[in-house]
Write a protein that binds this ligand. Structure first.
Ligand SMILES: [Ca+2]
Ligand SMILES: [Ca+2]
Length: 605
């Protein structure tokens, strides 16, 4: 039916999206007074920047005054300084430049400038220099917006920091010499193990920076799980002996070897999650749901790691497509991760794969929990995480802005490490069930898909008695007659129940052949979905139901799935139940009870 072929290699650049980039490149010659940091920011594609401008106002420099103090002359200098600042600000009309601060004591001016204004200022005769207002770097210990968005800072403050957990980063290697990732030699206190698969040595030194940035998001000092350890598994080959650059692609086979290393060494290092911020694309533009059949190697590797108790998180991809996920994110047992913004921005443009000759897509305006336009999406997407913008240390230790589903994926890897610390009894499916059930539903306006954005604080707070997942392996659904079931057992829940959420994942190529029924412990039943859905769009939904509100909730909950049409078969991949206590999370309860429609994560047919 589908004749898709997959690219034989992973293209790192597809998922790195290390930056939003400019519509037009700005060189140092274009902006002679701009600092290198500001040029980099412009070339990430920002439409405006917070800047600080050094002004030539005729007064002596601060250094000269330090050497030769002249307190009597200061009142006059203040007048001169502010006068020059105000003249410049007025010249740069408010549309192009908005003043934030004038400074009486300094020959500087702070404000927000458009790209156009930055270029004008960087060539202005009265401007000595113009620099990026690097506020974030002055607040190194404050949580960054991506941490705040998923509440990992609040979980961390409860002592849930990822202690005792290790995250296997399968990537370009990790720079373990930087202070944020242990410092010194390999292994160290942070990067506790690893290997280099492609260069066939034991030293996983990063050859690009990507893997270092991934590790920083997951387990750096300003990452999600700051006390988690890193196992660095390098699968992109170094282009030279000095590890100063990587080859562009990695073979699937090497990535599987890296996953194998993680599974074999799970107990040695305490690996709870594998991070795959990489992927390959389908060559066609057809709808693709789960890709287990198309990609048996990836399916086998992810299945095996999951069976070993390791959660495998994989980047959804940065191709701005809305009916496919990258490989291996599309594997049904993988936890696929898309990207949302964590900040407000006026406008962000992202580059194409052609070295920024074209713009891939643009978001305008940008706000927290807005889907980033590059983020691949499909009804089998598991979770969303902050993917723009992370401030992390890269190879060599300098701070960079890191974006992409490559960045949102380690945010979820860190969240998994936190949850594993808080609830070590959960299976990988149970952990993802908790993360999904407690996440904030975010709708992708491009395709109608609703996906939970991780809220790790809510996840670690969810009471064990209000959540249960199926512990049985995936169940085959009989084709054309009969039914398959999955069960989840709740016990010890004592509070009044407002609503029930059933999490259902079914891998079936023709979901419109299916009827889904939820049956409570006392026999009360609710039809969740009946002969609806779209071909190649797997069922991956959280159904909120209110008819169980006054019913018995402790006991066995059953999901019954009937396939009413011969031909095309599938499996129940996952079933979990969350009880919503009365007067808690009222928004969810109200929405579910008033509409009585499933809050489905599938696009409507
Ligand atoms: Ca090496
Ligand atoms: Ca069928």
């Amino acid at each position: 039916m589908r004749h898709s072929r997959l690219l034989p290699v992973f293209l790192l650049c597809l998922l790195a999206a290390a930056s939003a980039r400019a519509v037009s490149f700005v060189s140092a010659a274009d902006a002679p007074n701009a600092t290198a940091g500001l040029l980099r920011e412009l070339n990430r594609g920002v439409e405006e920047a917070r800047v600080i401008i050094g002004i030539r106002d005729g007064t002596p420099t601060a250094r000269r005054l330090l050497a030769s103090p002249d307190p009597e002359g200061e009142p006059e200098r203040r007048v001169l300084r502010v006068g020059a600042q105000k003249r410049l600000a007025e010249e740069m009309t408010p549309r192009r430049f908005a003043v934030k601060h004038y400074y009486e004591s300094f020959s500087m001016l702070a404000g927000t400038a458009t790209r156009e204004a930055v270029l004008t200022l960087a060539n202005h005769p009265e401007v000595a220099w113009i620099a990026l207002d690097r506020q974030a770097h002055l607040l190194q210990t404050a949580p960054q917006s991506s941490q705040v968005l998923i509440h990992s800072d609040r979980a961390n403050s409860l002592g849930i920091t990822g202690a005792g957990q290790a995250i296997a980063v399968i990537d370009t290697g990790v720079d373990y010499t930087i202070a944020d990732l242990g410092g010194g030699s390999f292994p160290n206190a942070k990067v506790i193990g690893g290997t280099d698969i492609t260069d066939k040595d034991s030293d996983p030194m990063d050859c690009e920076g990507h893997g270092t940035e991934v590790a920083g998001v997951a387990a750096g000092s300003r990452g999600v799980a700051p006390d988690a350890k890193i196992v660095a598994i390098k699968v992109f080959s170094s282009a030279n002996a000095s590890n100063s650059s990587c080859k562009d692609t990695a073979d699937f086979s090497d990535i599987y070897t890296g996953m194998d290393f993680a599974v074999v060494n799970k107990a040695t290092f305490g690996i709870s999650v594998i991070n795959l911020s990489l992927g390959g694309a389908f060559e066609d533009s057809l709808d693709h749901g789960y890709c287990d059949t198309d990609e048996p190697g990836s399916a086998a590797a992810v299945d095996a790691a999951t069976a070993a108790g390791i959660v495998v998180v994989a980047a959804a991809g940065n191709d701005a497509i809305t009916n496919q996920l990258s490989v291996p994110a599309c594997v049904s047992s993988a936890v696929s991760v898309g990207a949302v913004y964590a900040d407000n921005r006026a406008r962000v443009s992202w580059c194409g794969d052609d070295g920024c000759a074209t713009t891939l897509c643009t978001d305008q305006p940008v706000s927290p929990d807005g889907i980033v336009c590059f983020s691949n999406s499909m009804s089998n997407l598991s979770l969303l995480g902050p993917g723009a913008f992370w401030s992390v240390a890269t190879k060599g230790g300098s701070p960079v802005s890191f974006s992409g589903t490559s960045a949102s994926t380690p945010a979820v890897a860190g969240a998994v490490a936190l949850l594993r610390q808080a609830r070590p009894e959960l299976t990988p499916a149970g952990e993802i069930g908790v993360l999904r059930s407690t996440g904030k539903p975010v709708t992708d306006a491009r395709n109608g898909v609703v996906t939970p954005r991780v809220d790790i604080f809510a996840a670690v707070q969810l009471a064990a008695s209000s959540f249960a997942v199926s512990s049985a392996p995936a169940a085959d659904i009989p084709d054309g007659s009969g039914s398959a079931t999955a069960t989840a057992t709740i016990s010890g829940f004592t509070r009044p129940v407002a609503a029930v959420q059933a999490w259902v994942e079914i891998n079936h190529p023709e979901p419109e052949q299916l009827r889904l029924t939820l049956i409570g412990p006392d026999g009360t039943s609710a039809l969740l979905q009946n002969l609806m859905g779209v071909s190649q769009h797997p069922i991956n939904a959280i159904f909120g139901r209110a008819e169980f509100a006054s019913r018995q909730v402790n006991g066995v909950w059953t999901l019954r799935v009937e396939d009413l049409v011969p031909g095309a078969t599938g499996r129940i991949k996952f079933f979990g139940v969350t009880l919503i206590p009365l007067a808690e999370r009222p928004a969810v309860t109200k929405r579910s009870s008033s509409s009585r429609t499933p809050r489905t994560l599938n696009p409507r047919p």
